[in-house]
Design a protein around this ligand. Structure first.
Ligand code: AMP
Ligand code: GLY
Length: 423
């Protein structure tokens, strides 16, 4: 089969690398891809949100199956556009991708169907939002309704901070139109766990759990980033938690979406917080997490293409999806200065050396390939993943590999896999 993968990050690299294990694959295209991805797939210079261009390409090349990695095209309706042309595509339609596209929608859905989440109110009027904030005891959480590159959440420690945050979102439109509607919610505490799941519209199959390190520096200090590293499994998510999440969150979410006429086929990412009152949903995403995918998919023993096809065909209940018992860790190596400002174009050395260990795989996020050499080309440059018979072994191997890789001003966290909790 000829496959098209839409996206350009480490997540898409991990999806492609796993798909290549499938015997049914004849060729993979990636739009637009990146330097590292071009070693495993043919990258085509079509933007991930150029829906018309993507459909045209898929038809011209007689692509058999398309996999959408990124959120923006899903929320824009790329799946509807492909289906309208009779093309087979993996991902939710626009009316289901709204679980990520609108936080106001997903909060309302959870309230209506009793899915555990933080208490909240939604506002599109600044004065009313301000009055409400004054009735709350900080910390207060403000969320811009729409997609904001993962930056639309403010945790405010005082009333003044919350009021100025509201002004930034609603009046100054710091997050563009996505902030004209704001969700104000209660602050929760507890460890965060990412549970990605396959869904065919009826059956939901959670993958192995993962945890993300979002802050730029060790000990969770510094600014929020797209993710500085991940590990799988979570150390705090056991069978008991998984059963509770399945019964109270995963199944009810899929049923709720069906009842609303928004059948979901694709990946539902449950961003959870394990609170003293039980697990609660912090956010839904309508696609694989990045960099969670880089530790979850390496642990998948089953054929990924078969699973994707079963999701589209509604036959997920017929599959037995198997996972490796051990663990995986991914250390993101970023450009110095990320997530604020950074330079690009530095040569990267040592990737081949690091990958000599068969349990190591370097997933490229922001690299360019020129004359056989890799150069930095983004904030998050690469994700160095290692698998092992235990999580601790995987972490050790990942850091050994990181030590072999060099580029000017490289920055990475030294504490991936170590998490402190204030339960
Ligand atoms: P989100 O973009 O929804 O993933 O939010 C970004 C981060 O903000 C989450 O990963 C949490 O660490 C934090 N966060 C979001 N909502 C809450 C909440 N209600 N209570 C505490 N922290 C939160
Ligand atoms: N790692 C968080 C996300 O993919 O949204």
């Amino acid at each position: 089969m000829k496959i098209l993968v839409i996206g350009s990050g480490g997540r898409e690299h991990a999806i492609i690398h796993k798909l290549l294990e499938s015997k049914k694959i004849e060729k993979i295209y990636c739009a637009p891809g990146n330097g590292g991805i071009s070693a495993e797939a043919e990258c085509v210079p079509i933007g991930a949100t150029d829906i018309e261009g993507l459909v045209k390409f898929a038809k011209e090349k007689a692509v058999d199956f398309t996999v959408v990695g990124m959120d923006d095209p899903l929320v824009m309706g790329v799946v509807d556009a492909f289906e309208a042309q009779g093309l087979r595509v993996f991902g939710p339609r626009k009316n289901a991708a709204i679980i990520e596209g609108s936080k106001a929608f997903s909060k309302e859905l959870m309230k209506k169907y009793n899915i555990p989440t933080a208490r909240y109110e939604t506002f599109d009027n600044f004065d009313k939002a301000s009055e409400y904030v004054k009735t709350l005891t900080p910390p207060v959480v403000l969320k811009a309704d729409g997609l904001a590159l993962g930056k639309g959440v403010l945790i405010c420690q005082s009333e003044e901070e919350a009021l100025s945050g509201l002004r930034e979102m609603m009046i100054d439109q710091k997050f563009g139109k996505s902030g004209t509607t704001v969700v104000i919610e209660e602050f929760l505490t507890g460890p965060e766990v990412s549970v990605l799941s396959f869904c065919d519209g009826k059956t939901v199959v959670p993958m192995v759990s993962a945890q993300d390190h979002k802050r730029a520096y060790d000990n969770d200090e510094g600014l929020n980033t797209g993710g500085m590293g991940t590990f799988s499994p979570s150390r705090v998510y056991g069978e008991k938690e998984a059963k509770e999440v399945m019964e109270k969150i995963c199944i009810p979410t899929v049923e709720a979406l069906n009842k609303e006429g928004r059948t979901f086929k694709g990946i539902i990412y449950f961003g959870l917080m394990l609170t003293k009152e039980g697990p609660k949903v912090i956010e839904y995403n309508c696609r694989f997490g990045d960099p969670e995918t880089q530790v979850v998919l390496p642990r998948l023993k089953s054929d990924l293409l078969e699973i994707f096809e079963a999701c589209v065909d509604g036959t997920l209940d017929k599959l037995n999806i198997e996972w490796d018992e051990g663990g995986a860790a991914c250390v993101v190596m970023a450009s110095g200065g990320y997530p604020v400002s950074y330079k690009k174009g530095y040569e990267i050395t040592g990737i081949d050396e690091a990958e000599k260990d068969p349990s190591v795989k370097v997933y490229h996020a922001g690299t360019a390939l020129k004359d056989g050499k890799y150069y930095t080309n983004g904030g998050r440059v690469i994700g160095v993943t290692a698998t092992g018979s235990s999580l601790d072994e995987a972490i050790k191997t990942a850091y050994k590999a990181v030590d072999k890789i060099d580029f000017k001003d490289k920055h990475f966290r030294k504490d991936i896999g170590v998490k402190k909790y204030n339960f």
